[in-house]
Design a protein around this ligand. Structure first.
Ligand SMILES: Cc1cc2nc3c(=O)[nH]c(=O)nc-3n(C[C@H](O)[C@H](O)[C@H](O)COP(=O)(O)OP(=O)(O)OC[C@H]3O[C@@H](n4cnc5c(N)ncnc54)[C@H](O)[C@@H]3O)c2cc1C
Length: 298
């Protein structure tokens, strides 16, 4: 397959390339770990690939902690998420999701933007960002930005709200209610459960990202729970999250823990494929959801 490659060196060149190509076949390329497989499956005639890796722009690549949010450029790699101290201490769910993605080699190049824009139901970084209630910042060819909640970003299997003249620019995540340094007595229960058919180089059969904050009495003050590979898009399980509000999870009865798992299951409409049957995915999801509360410290 032949295609032309454009290597813009800054955002102005990038936007002007997109403007020129807007009526032609073009694709953005970040780490290319999804793109190349996609192009092999569905070759495109007269294709131009716009390389995002050559664009020098601090907003497009890098992680920055600000007063109320952490901003992550769309071109930031999974490896950068794994090694960033702020991500590890503020958002363990995202750290773990990135750490469990593919292999060391793939994590060096696979980006946050690629994981979101490929819109796979099993995207691990996307699942953690959903639990964290992230906001996607989108840039268009006129240099205008718009913000979309991650809950509205995915429109179906491998489709997003991005228009032809837009790209994903960065992602922001609200900081936790208490800083890890000053959170005396407050608790953060945050992680990523990935079930696959093997330990590495494996897309999730089912995944569950959780980010639960409690006050110094152990009552949940804020929670985010998302599931992956269980529906056409990654889902924020709102009713299950609401169920936890104000309760002490460690004191929930077995009946309540089952109710919580049932609420999560309401968001699941999985398919059977080479990795697992729909039945198996639901069973696993139910069990890891119930187990999540059982394992939660009182
Ligand atoms: C062997 C293997 C194992 C894998 N394992 C996992 C896994 O465990 N978990 C997981 O979640 N994924 C996995 N993947 C999938 C893939 O690595 C990830 O989805 C990765 O994050 C994609 O990022 P990328 O930078 O390589 O995207 P690319 O391949 O460069 O791009 C993917 C898509 O997004 C578009 N795009 C990229 N950046 C932007 C942007 N800023 N704005 C608009 N569109 C953009 C591209 O045009 C393309 O359509 C695996 C892939 C392989 C090959």
């Amino acid at each position: 397959m032949n295609f032309e490659i454009i290597n813009p060196s800054n955002t102005t060149e990038l936007l002007s390339a997109v403007t020129k190509l807007s009526k032609k076949n073009y694709r953005f390329a970040a780490g290319c770990t999804d793109l190349l497989l996609d192009l092999k499956r569905k070759p495109v005639k007269d294709l131009t690939v716009i390389n995002l890796q050559t664009v020098k722009d601090n907003r497009l690549t890098g992680i920055k902690k600000m007063a109320k949010v952490i901003r992550i450029g769309a071109g930031t790699t999974a490896h950068a998420l794994v090694t960033d101290e702020d991500i590890r201490t503020w958002f363990p769910t995202l750290h773990e999701a990135a750490l469990n993605l593919a292999s060391t080699q793939i994590r060096q190049v696979a980006t946050v933007g690629g994981n979101l824009c490929t819109a796979s139901p099993s995207g691990d970084i996307a699942c953690a960002l959903m639990a964290l209630n992230a906001t996607c910042e989108i840039l268009n060819t006129r240099g205008k930005r718009r913000s979309v909640s991650i809950r509205e970003f995915f429109t179906g299997v491998r489709t997003t709200v991005l228009k032809n003249n837009e790209l994903l620019y960065s992602i922001t995540i609200p900081l936790n209610e208490a800083s890890p340094k000053t959170a005396a007595g407050k608790k953060l229960y945050s992680g990523f459960i990935k079930i696959g058919t093997r330990k590495s180089m494996e897309c999730s059969v089912v995944s569950l990202a959780y980010h639960i904050q409690s006050d110094n009495k152990g009552r949940v003050t804020k929670a985010g729970i998302a599931i992956g590979a269980a529906a056409p898009t990654i889902k924020f399980t709102e009713t299950a999250t609401d169920f936890l509000q104000g309760v002490k999870p460690g004191e929930l009865s077995a009946i309540d823990r089952k109710k919580f798992a049932d609420l999560i299951l309401e968001y699941a409409s999985p398919i059977s494929d080479v990795r697992a049957t729909a039945w198996y995915r639901k069973e696993v999801l139910f069990n890891i959801s119930k187990g999540l509360l059982e394992a939660m410290p009182a």
